[in-house]
Design a binder for this molecule. Structure first.
Ligand code: GLP
Length: 251
């Protein structure tokens, strides 16, 4: 147990080093932050360091369709709670998951793309990975050319995210940056921990570059890094290991 806690915190440290490096090079960097359980250690680690995020612009990766920004289950609320507040980031480009007509939702998605472009694009996009290989809420089968849009959630994603919702209330759809939007980031940092991610990580770094595993697009990106714990890395071949940073159990 203690080994797994310490390896998790070393993953957080290694990921925080990568974020700090971007911040050092560009104090006004535009950084995309994911939600989920995986990056919580990274956010705690960043908050504990003496880093100045005051000139940073944070960008949301995705949002449930159905949770307005003031809903504590929304990703906007998560980002305020774990990222914007603790890191002292004043400028954020968030996605509003309030239900509305298709036209209004499409306008919101276009506005997200435009807002990202207006700040000069994303310097660093941090991402987690779904157990089915999704990035953001881009489920298997999503074209690599996709842009920010409304996207249905796969049944397994709904299960994985159900814990915060009443059984009949789990969102069926999302607003998510598209795969082409994510791939435009100058640097992408994937963070993954635990056995449940091992197959997805193996497909992402050892499998074919194919929409059946959205995260496989990282193989084509000029500056994609991955910080993994040994459990998440356990399905990788030697080639896949060469493409990733694996934080070992014993430092
Ligand atoms: C969600 C989010 C993803 C996140 C993934 C993994 O579906 N849309 O952005 O990376 O789940 O989450 P976790 O880190 O909790 O496993």
């Amino acid at each position: 147990m203690s080994a797994s806690i310490s390896v998790t915190s070393r993953v957080a440290e290694a990921a925080a080093d990568a974020v700090a490096e971007v911040l050092r090079a560009k104090p006004g960097a535009v950084i995309g932050f994911p939600t989920g359980a995986t990056p919580l250690g990274l956010y705690e680690e960043l908050a504990a360091r003496d880093l100045d995020f005051s000139r940073v612009t944070a960008v949301a990766l995705d949002e449930y369709l159905g949770t307005p920004p003031d809903d504590p289950r929304s990703f906007s609320a998560y980002l305020r709670r774990h990222v914007l507040g603790p890191l002292g980031i004043g400028r954020a480009i968030l996605l509003d998951g309030t239900p509305d007509s298709d036209v209004v939702l499409a306008t919101r998605c276009t506005a997200h793309e435009n807002a990202i472009r207006a700040v000069g694009g994303v310097d660093l996009q941090v991402v987690g990975i779904g157990a089915n290989g999704h990035l953001g809420f881009n489920e298997p089968g999503t074209p690599f050319s996709s842009r920010t849009r409304v996207a249905a959630l796969a049944p397994e994603t709904r299960w994985a995210n159900a814990v915060a919702f009443a059984p009949d209330d789990v969102p069926a759809a999302s607003l998510t940056q598209g795969l082409a939007t994510i791939a435009k980031a100058r640097t992408i940092l994937l963070v993954a921990t635990g056995d449940a991610k091992a197959d997805a990580v193996a497909a992402a770094f050892d499998g074919p570059v194919d929409p059946s595993c959205p995260a496989s697009l990282l193989q084509r990106h000029p500056d994609a890094r991955a910080v993994l714990d040994p459990a998440a890395a356990s399905g990788l071949s030697r080639r896949g290991r060469g493409l990733t940073d694996i934080v070992e159990n014993h430092a």
